[in-house]
Design a binder for this molecule. Sequence first.
Ligand code: HEM
Length: 396
Amino acid sequence: MTSTAAVPTYQADIYTDEALLEPYEHYRALRDLGPAVWLEAHGAFAVARYADARAVLANTEDFHSANGIALNEPANSAILGCTLASDGELHAHLRQVVAHRLTPRSLRPMRETVTARADELVAGLVERGSFDAVADLARALPLSIVPDFIGWPQEGREHLLRWAGANFDSFGPMNARAERALPQCGEMAGFGAEIVRTGNVLPGSLGASVLESRDRGDITTEQTMMLMLDYLAPSLDTTISAVGSAIWLFGRFPEQWDLVRRDPGLIPNAVNEVVRYESPIRAFGRLAVHDTEIDGVPVPAGSRVLVVYAAANRDERKFPDPDVFDVTRADAVQQLGFGYGEHGCAGQALARMETESLLAALARSVTRFELGEPERALNNLIRALGSLPVTVHTGA
Ligand code: HEM
């Protein structure tokens, strides 16, 4: 489709290395241009204002996830029919097969394990004094918790981080990052299919219950393969991003760390504020299935619509002083970093548990994070640090 005079347009490619390193000025420009802005470089509308982003996420009649999540056709075809990329009854059915295992109540028995692992990990790192907050802290906990929870076999785990990163890269426009990623997504899908064929999952795990659903005839074999990856693919890089960003932010804003140390009851809100301020997933797409409009901007059927959570979370129309990191912010809980509505993150209770446990363990002993030079890991969707040298201080 072509843009019309009534539709604000934006020329810049928001997926270049430079734009991924410094995205926030692009987000501001998009918000200021209008409720929906035609991205010339990507052939899609961007929705960057909070109220409009939330309205699009809530409007599952007009905006579909099937064929809509990614900005390119090969990726949309590859994931068609998974929980993330399905709509209506099919989506509700797939979600009901698994999501009940991830509610705060079902996860309660895991809290002890997660807390114990977080405590042990942090004690070792505090003892060392200096470490890499990404490799040694942010990656270590999810990798020690999530694959077991999903029931992924030991063999193949060494590929998980590469595959999970590729999965997110593949959802961008068809740039070099997405091109490199697609074959790796194929490898992950092949491995998932093999697990379903052989039934090689850990007993009692989420994966085992997905196989039981297949055996009962609740889901097809193809849906079983999708569900095996549905929960693993988004569960690592996202949480790793949140934990890495948290350390980076508390290092830069030590007075915020003092608030958390003085009142650890603030930790759940601090996690919301980290996810608001440095949204781990920048955006997911939707497909407009009817002629519609976004706050007056006409959106023809067949258009791609990119909901930019990371821009909505910095919208001054919603959050006062949005560029200030403030763990006491009363409305941080309204951030859209975990999505909103029917497709809102199914794994957020686990992600919150992991992040909160690490921050709680750190708050008991660390008084200051002294940051070295951070290095960004560039990904089409994930806002993350590749490494963050840090020295922790424990004295007064
Ligand atoms: C800080 C960590 C995380 C963030 C920021 C995050 C973010 C998101 C977002 C923005 C969505 C919405 C997708 C949409 O609107 O189309 C989503 C969906 C989803 N997330 Fe997460 N996520 C996180 C951790 C996890 C974890 C740990 C798991 C699994 C254990 C997980 C599993 C899922 C699944 C299965 C969906 C699809 C839900 C659906 O389509 O119904 N996520 N996540």
